[in-house]
Design a protein around this ligand. Sequence first.
Ligand SMILES: [Zn+2]
Length: 361
Amino acid sequence: MRQRFSNGDYPRDYEDARKRFLAACSVNDIVTDRIVHPLAGPNGETLSTDVAWLGSATARHLVIVISGTHGPEGLMGSACQTRIASALAAKGLVDAAVLLVHLINPWGTAWRRRQTENNVDLNRNFRQFENSLPENPNYDALRAAIHEPDYALAGEAIDAFRAERGARAFASALFQGQYVDAAGIGYGGDQPTWSNRTLRAILDEYARHSESVVIIDLHSGIGPYGHATLLHMGAMPEARAARLRSLLGPGVIMFDDDSPHMPYPLSGDLCRGAAQQLKARSVIPLLAEFGTYEEEVLLALQVEDCRLQEFGGVAEDVRRRLQDFFYPDDDDWKDLVCLRSLQIVRRMLYMRQRELGVDVG
Ligand SMILES: [Zn+2]
């Protein structure tokens, strides 16, 4: 039984997260905009992605912070954005602005599913669908087991897959992404989803004049508890990478296609998709992943969640465990994550303002 260390100062669900975020924006005179999702939430509530802009409209430098790419991670991301809005609003941003994209996959946050409304992993959906799509042989080998109606037989087949191919192959099957099984796990879709199109429209509207942009896509679930693993999505010259590490810590990973840090290739991620959309002279796409519990638990939950969608059953228990996995019931964890997010934003503002020759002391 996990210990609980929570006093309720953080968002409980989609509606609470949105309310807190908008309240922080309102108190600090931050302008917001709302983009309504076509589907309702579990309580019939209207769902939306909300956008907040801090700083001058003509700032050359922009930091974009995105939450909720994976639905249940959105409560964590929302808490971070609420903190960022409150902390930065009072400070004068010199030639810089911050764009907060609150819950880009609001359906997933409200329904407590990592996927979008059409079972798509949004972080595999940012790709050209007219080109040939990557294959995932490990997923192909596991596919029948995931869709096996008999629970015991499914479990046996999954165990056999793991015994034969190993834990890495199992993680690759479920996380690498696949483009063949729309009812399966890690499905990247066959066209841009609502969330993908919405983010692109937001970037076109808000980021078209920016000279330099930093994108920070907030995630949780993978890695050491409470620790931020920072991935720069793409290669970067060594001198610049050293500069980035001097500000954000030595652990920043340069994630290019030859990266030794991932056991499988990755495509269609939101960060690089957003970066390609921008016209800016310089873009730094960062994925911040805040660790929670063991990967094994997540893999098992993903299978359970997928089977629940297909065969039905009592969703509450699985959804609650999914939510708890990505957003531990622990205010110390939340404090750490919010503070680190704010620190990352502040340091990227500092770095870019210096590069643009703005006197920031
Ligand atoms: Zn994620």
